[in-house]
Every structure is written in structure tokens, then in C-alpha cells.
Design a protein around this ligand. Structure first.
Ligand code: XBP
Ligand code: MG
Length: 253
């Protein structure tokens, strides 16, 4: 089976949106609503174990703010989250978060080589659109054949639902694709549907377990900025390009 498609996670993989986007937006939303909750970077690191913004807020209340109560918690959390999404989109519009090294280059090279591109993420669809439109331009949304995001599937990562959805939409088998992830929950999700995965870690995930990853890198690298191989078979490649993806695909898929 030849390599046909690349499927990308968004948060933490394409950009450091957790630290510079979501965390900032959560705290601004709490403030705007007069809530005296403020999540530190350290606390957010722990809260990230729970995927999905609404579930993350509920987890925070249950574990770290047990005195807080509300008659209609589901709706209240949904309203906080809606405001947080609005703020996040505004932050993206202001250009708060650049894409990580190698991401733009790889998108362009992959497109030129005829590889199909898709996104599989837990975040809200509006957040993906805002990040892509503000870093690559609105027309870049068309680069992605499928943008699988948020609650289009019943179960968020670490469940494999979102990757299964993207594969079904593209009519592809996992063996024809490579996935890109940054977190333990992300690789669990990809692995559940047998996708082989390249990991690029970040400050929140560099101690995570990535059983089954093809390679673990610090980032995708650029010709002038080689990646650091954290785990994986040695290679002559110094940045992730289509040739290296084909090499990995032939080796693992
Ligand atoms: C991303 C998430 C999301 C974002 C916040 O995980 O878990 O919840 O943190 O976005 P992954 P929302 O990178 O594994 O897809 O607030 O829109 O949920
Ligand atoms: Mg991620």
C-alpha cells in the first residue's frame, strides 16, 4: 500500500495553541464572567489530561474547586465554553499563535506530491478554522479534504472515533496514512484505528508515553533547523519531508 494521506492533530501539533491560545482564552472567559478562577500554566498541564474544553472545566470543578456549585452545571459550563471559544477565535484573529517549525513547509510539499491532507482533532471546529485562516490564509482550509473536529463523533480522544471518522470520510485504510500527534491521548486515539504516528512533543507532553510511535521528534524540523530525534530508528533525514514520510511508511505500515 502506498502512502496516500497525512492526518494531523491540531492543538500542540500544528501550533502551541494550548499554552498561548486555549489557556489564555479560558482565563479571559472566567474573568469576563466574574468568576475568580484562574488556571496557572502548571495546573493547565494537569488539566490537559482531560480532552475537550467542557469536560476539562468540569474536571477542574470536581478536583480543584469543590466548593463551587450550580443548579444547572451542564448549561453553565456550556456557556463558559461558548465564550471561551469566542475569545479563542479573537486571539487567533489577532495572530496570537504561529504554526510550529516545519508545518507550513510540509503542508506545501505534501500537497505538491499529491498526498491528501486531513485534520483529526478534539477541539471545536471554529477554533481550527481560525488557526488555519490566520496562519495560512482562508483558502488553505481547502487544502484539507476532511476537517474532523469536536463533537462530530460521540467520543473524544483518547477514543479512536475521530480518526475512524476521517478515514471513513476519505475512504482510506489506516495503512495508507500517517498521523501526526503530540500527546499520549492523541497517540492512543490514532493507534486505536491502527494508524502509524509521528510524534512532535511540546512542553506539556515531553514526558508522555508514546508506545507504538514510529518516531518521537522535538518538531518537524526545517532544512536550516534539524529536528531532534528523541526516539526512533536512525535516518539521514534532518527534517520531515515527503521522502522521509515514505521511508517511515515503508518501514512501519
Ligand atoms: C485538544 C483538546 C481540546 C482543546 C481545547 O486535544 O483536548 O479540548 O484543549 O479545545 P487534541 P475546546 O489535540 O488531542 O485534539 O475547548 O474547543 O475543547
Ligand atoms: Mg494535540
Amino acid at each position: 500500500m502506498a502512502l496516500e494521506a497525512l492526518i494531523f492533530d491540531v492543538d500542540g501539533t500544528l501550533a502551541n495553541t494550548e499554552r498561548d491560545g486555549h489557556l489564555v482564552a479560558f482565563n479571559l472567559a472566567f474573568k469576563e464572567l466574574g468568576l475568580d478562577w484562574e488556571w496557572s500554566n502548571e495546573l493547565y498541564h494537569e488539566l490537559l489530561n482531560v480532552t475537550g474544553g467542557q469536560l476539562r472545566i468540569k474536571y477542574y470543578l470536581k478536583k480543584y474547586n469543590t466548593k463551587f456549585s450550580h443548579d444547572d452545571l451542564d448549561n453553565f459550563v456550556a456557556s463558559i465554553h461558548a465564550l471561551k471559544t469566542k475569545i479563542y477565535v479573537r486571539l487567533m484573529d489577532e495572530g496570537a499563535v504561529p504554526l510550529r517549525p516545519g508545518v507550513i513547509r510540509l503542508f506545501k510539499e505534501a500537497k505538491e506530491a499529491g498526498l491528501r491532507l486531513a485534520i483529526a482533532t478534539t477541539t471545536t471546529p471554529a477554533n481550527v478554522d481560525a488557526l488555519i485562516a490566520n496562519t495560512l490564509g482562508k483558502e488553505a482550509l481547502d487544502w484539507f479534504e476532511v476537517i474532523g473536529a469536536g463533537d462530530v463523533v460521540p467520543n473524544l480522544k483518547p477514543a479512536g472515533d475521530i480518526y475512524a471518522y476521517v478515514l471513513a470520510q476519505m475512504n482510506l485504510d489506516a495503512s495508507q496514512c500517517v498521523a501526526f500527534e503530540d500527546s499520549h491521548n492523541g497517540i492512543l486515539s490514532a493507534t486505536e484505528v491502527n494508524l502509524k504516528t509521528i510524534i512532535t512533543v511540546n512542553e506539556y507532553t515531553n514526558t508522555h508515553k508514546f508506545d507504538g510511535a514510529m518516531v518521537i521528534l522535538n518538531n518537524l524540523g526545517e532544512p536550516s533547523q534539524p529536528f531532534e530525534m528523541i526516539h526512533g530508528a536512525s535516518t539521514n533525514s534532518t527534517y520531515v519531508d515527503v521522502a522521509y514520510l515514505q521511508e517511515l511508511h515503508a518501514q512501519y505500515c
